[in-house]
Design a protein around this ligand. Structure first.
Ligand SMILES: Nc1ncnc2c1ncn2[C@@H]1O[C@H](COP(=O)(O)OP(=O)(O)OP(=O)(O)O)[C@@H](O)[C@H]1O
Ligand SMILES: [Mg+2]
Length: 260
């Protein structure tokens, strides 16, 4: 396995306090978040689960500082989140790579912008190896599959020493084998580097394998239905009876117990 040599940056404390949000849809308000409060302690790995369209990505955009909530507040280490910050790195649901830059140059983007590329070229290569794209360093985004593009976006996030890594279904487009490998890699990286992680996923098993805490949302407008601490050692195994029990409980909370 390849290790990404990360400066040991401690994770930050994220707090979401009574956040509510609505969009305007055809002149009427569309409530999306309803009094959501949650906390991620430094170094914690929090997974968010909830029905499609309930408001998860909206909450992540607010954590990223891209959109202020209509009510409530968000803080990072106690300071209000008022805009994007390099310590909070987001991998979006649809990875956007610059089509005119090679994979290498896309991954190097953050370091380049901070003037730190020259001393850190090795990290770009390590990140590419980590996501299995070292052979495609010189390829352009249109020469990648969807899953490869997503892995490139993940590598781009990882070289930036996040104190909070926000992942919006980063593994959604991966085939199941790569997905399992990447779940393990992300957990290993998180444990090595100590950042705080916030992951949105549709995959209950993925949440249970990776996170220290799982938050289950209701249908839109998203309300917190349950917060479940996953107090199991890593590496975890999907057939761990505790996780199997939790999986049933979470599926029940999501209203899917009958279908599994
Ligand atoms: N900019 C916007 N303007 C209007 N409505 C929006 C906007 N962004 C999101 N919405 C609406 O807000 C709701 C929540 O969207 P969001 O993307 O947060 O859901 P989600 O939980 O991430 O869903 P999924 O799991 O499918 O990604 C949806 O009904 C969506 O149509
Ligand atoms: Mg989403």
């Amino acid at each position: 396995m390849v290790a990404l040599e990360q400066d040991r940056t401690a994770g930050l404390a994220l707090e979401v306090q009574s956040v509510s949000h609505a969009f305007d849809l055809h002149g009427a308000p569309l409530p999306v978040l309803d009094d959501v409060s949650l906390r991620a302690e430094p170094g914690e790995f929090v997974a968010l689960l909830g029905p499609s369209g309930c408001g998860k990505s909206t909450l992540l955009r607010q954590v990223a500082g891209l959109e202020p909530p209509r009510a409530g507040r968000l803080t990072a280490d106690g300071a209000p989140i008022a805009g994007p910050h390099p310590s909070r790195v987001v991998v979006f649901q649809d990875p956007t790579l610059y089509p005119w830059r090679t994979v290498w140059d896309n991954v190097a983007l953050g370091l380049e912008a901070q003037g730190r590329l020259k001393a850190n070229r090795g990290r770009v290569e390590e990140a590419l190896r980590l996501v299995g794209l070292d052979k495609f360093a010189k390829a352009y985004p249109h020469q990648l599959s969807g899953g490869m593009a997503q892995r490139a976006a993940l590598a781009r996030a990882l070289v930036n020493d996040p104190r909070l890594l926000v992942l919006d279904e980063p593994l959604g487009k991966l085939d199941s084998l790569t997905r399992i490998a990447m779940q393990g890699e992300i957990v290993r990286l998180w444990r090595d580097a100590g950042f705080t992680a916030l992951l949105v996923t549709h995959d209950v098993e993925e949440a249970l394998l990776m996170a220290t805490k799982v938050v289950v949302f209701s249908e839109r407008p998203a309300r917190i239905k349950a917060e479940i601490a996953i107090d199991r050692p890593y590496p975890r195994h999907r057939d761990d009876p505790v996780l199997v029990d939790l999986r049933h409980r979470v599926l029940e909370l999501l209203g899917l117990a009958e279908s599994w």
